[in-house]
Design a protein around this ligand. Structure first.
Ligand code: ZN
Length: 289
């Protein structure tokens, strides 16, 4: 910027006044922009392909697709720590070192959770809080890597996890390390994770006895991470639940509760496994604020 000689001749107070007035709004804008916001990263934890529609109580012709994605979300609070929601379907250690895809049954995983954390400057150790929508194996793949974090879980799910009984879609070996984690046990309760209303765990039992969802209040608008409240979008209109639903009647109550919440908050709902929803989203290292 060129400063004219005439301007230099002006009394200092006048110069300050002139420029001070001009600069004030700019500084205010800069401060607003620099203020850190709640940030959410979306991770790719693989795909589940080729499931029969009948597993979800549908005929093949009634659904668009039964190809699923597996995802997790990292929620970074500007001052109060980091929450990991879900942990993938396969432990990182099982993935080939050369980066080639790992196949196990109907599941394919290409990227480890650790590598996706690393790409944005984090490691498992940086995660202060850990929660899953529920105990199933396609959500607890790397749960044992989070045993250092504060684990937030509904009592009914935790009881089932450590009851020593086999359960469908559960692999107790994936979360054994959580047994002695610093644990916050909720009893069909909602919970304000950071204490400022920015991220709320909402109890939504039925799919499992302690299933829960997450409401993330980003500056750009609220997002409801629905876990497995639904698998297929067709479940929303038909009210059907999968054959492996723990308690369909309770699921119906939870679905009504969460739909009402979505309506009152205006939240966008991300169904955890819905491929179409996630095809339109930005995965890490991009993020939502
Ligand atoms: Zn699932």
């Amino acid at each position: 910027m060129k400063i004219s000689k005439n301007l230099l001749c002006l009394p200092l107070t006048l110069v300050t006044l002139l420029f001070g007035t001009l600069l004030l709004p700019l500084q205010a804008d800069a401060q607003t922009a620099a203020r850190p916001k709640l940030r959410m990263y979306l991770f790719d934890n693989g795909q589940i392909n080729g499931l029969e529609a009948s597993v979800f109580n549908f005929k093949k012709e009634e659904v668009k697709s039964t190809d699923f994605v597996v995802v997790s979300e990292l929620i970074v609070h500007p001052t109060k720590g980091i929450l990991l929601w879900e942990s993938g379907s396969v432990p990182d250690a099982k993935l080939p070192a050369d980066g080639s895809p790992y196949h196990e049954g109907v599941t394919t995983v290409t990227k480890s959770l650790a590598s996706q954390l690393k790409a944005i400057g984090y490691s498992y150790k940086d995660i202060k809080y850990f929660a899953m929508s529920h105990l199933h194996s396609d959500h607890s793949g790397n749960a044992n890597s989070l045993a250092h974090a504060r684990w937030i879980v509904q009592k009914a799910d935790r009881d089932m996890m450590f009851a020593g009984k086999e359960q469908r879609v559960m692999d107790a070996g994936l979360f054994s390390e959580l047994k002695h984690a610093d644990t916050l046990i909720l009893n069909n309760e909602d919970y304000d994770v950071f204490g400022d209303g920015s991220v709320r765990i909402i109890s939504a039992p039925g799919h499992t006895p302690g299933h829960q969802v997450l409401l993330v209040n980003l500056a750009s608008g609220p997002i409801l991470l629905a876990g497995d409240l639904y698998h297929l979008p067709e479940e929303i209109t038909t009210g059907r639940t999968p054959t492996f639903e723990f308690d369909p009647a309770t699921s119906a109550v939870s679905r009504a509760k969460i739909q009402a919440l979505v309506k009152t908050t205006g939240a966008k709902m991300w169904i955890g496994h819905d491929k179409a929803t996630h095809a339109a989203l930005n995965f890490s290292p991009k993020f939502y604020e």
